[in-house]
Ligand binder design. Sequence first.
Ligand code: NAD
Length: 441
Amino acid sequence: MNASREPIGVIGTGYVGLVTATGFAELGSDVICVDIDADKIARLKQGEIPIYEPGLADLVAKNRERMTFTTDLSEALERARLLFVAVGTPPTYSGDADLSAVQAVVDAMPASDRHALVMKSTVPVGTGANIKRVFTEQGKDGFRYVSCPEFLKEGTAVADFLKPDRVVIGDDGDWAGDAVADLYRPLLTAEHGGQGSGELVRMDIASAEMVKLASNAFLATKISFINEIANVCEETGADVLEVAKGMGLDDRIGPKFLKPGIGFGGSCFPKDVSALKQLAGNSGYHFQLLNAVIEVNELQKRRVISKLQKHLGSLVGKKIALLGLAFKPDTDDMREASSLVLSARLQADGALITAYDPIAEEEARRLIKGVDFASSALECVQGADAVVLVTEWSEFGDLDWAQVAAAMAGTLVVDGRNALDAAAVAGAGLKYEGVGRGTLA
Ligand code: NAD
């Protein structure tokens, strides 16, 4: 641990801000965490963690002495030179990123030649240049700007912070870029509590902004690609799991993100793909590939409906059990979760839904209406005509399928993530329908 590390400010204490703040505290920095959400700050002050992220609560507790939580930006400005910005940039109706929270932060900065904004929020290419122009217009020329996009994944965010594959820094070659590099370097060299062997790359601001959008768009493309391969497998008798294994062994392709399912969701992929598509369109380029990526993803969420209809006929009055609601396991994040589309479509078709999620229920109750919530997987499948695995929480892999079969009224299990043991499901007398694998009974 390096006691001489400089204090930093973090603006926004959501998934990215809180993990970043805690990670820097773990490395030895005093961190002043600022949020406009007074309730969130009050909870954090009491040691309550407002989000579910494995390992985060323990790490906050361990570093509590170095972390200040406040709604008062001036506390951060007083003590820190670097102000990491981790406010939300959700999509607008047009698909462009909503930069109003970023703009509010920019406007709240004073004239200063001692401070720098370090942008962790995902923003369109050109945002840094715009912010620098606004700083100039507002007489804040001395304020420095660094782009430092965030690549952490919800569910493994703490480990991702402590052991990054890469740290990308876009800057103007001034003190601020150097200071951000100094902060991150220990994470890359296994010094000072760091664990990794990742690379730190420095570039201009616009390129750093593009690295983030292009990375997410590429991963989303890989998912939509394997989903389409899965759909063709269903028509042709191939098993997509075998296909993905065979493809992934090619080190030019790699096995990651070759897992077919019922579509990607979450707060990043849908929004960043659409933001890049809009960014391209706004600058006069038609990004055809991304249109297809988005369309395939939307259709993929709905394919579950046709699988249910194939076996059950009309869904009117049918009882469907949804296992998992969060956009992926190990998070309570429901943003753009496939379960939102699925439950709405099922209800529109007249189905009766019972749902269970081990962590995301509170958030799901806010977003999904007209659904019964069960307090366990077994309670959820009680009397169901069909079970749909929506989110691959590990506890669903441990289900006793004989017990499930006894509890259900029907026999159909649709495994939307290919996460279940198909033979065990079929062995319990149930009909197994995965993604890209045909029906097993
Ligand atoms: P979030 O919604 O969880 O958190 C944002 C926080 O910012 C909220 O607590 C909100 O109250 C606060 N905030 C809003 N305006 C503010 C202001 N003016 N001053 C202080 N606080 C303010 O968002 P998130 O998931 O942490 O994402 C933050 C950014 O990071 C987004 O741009 C996102 O695209 C990007 N990102 C997210 C992830 C992820 O997995 N969640 C990964 C990489 C990058």
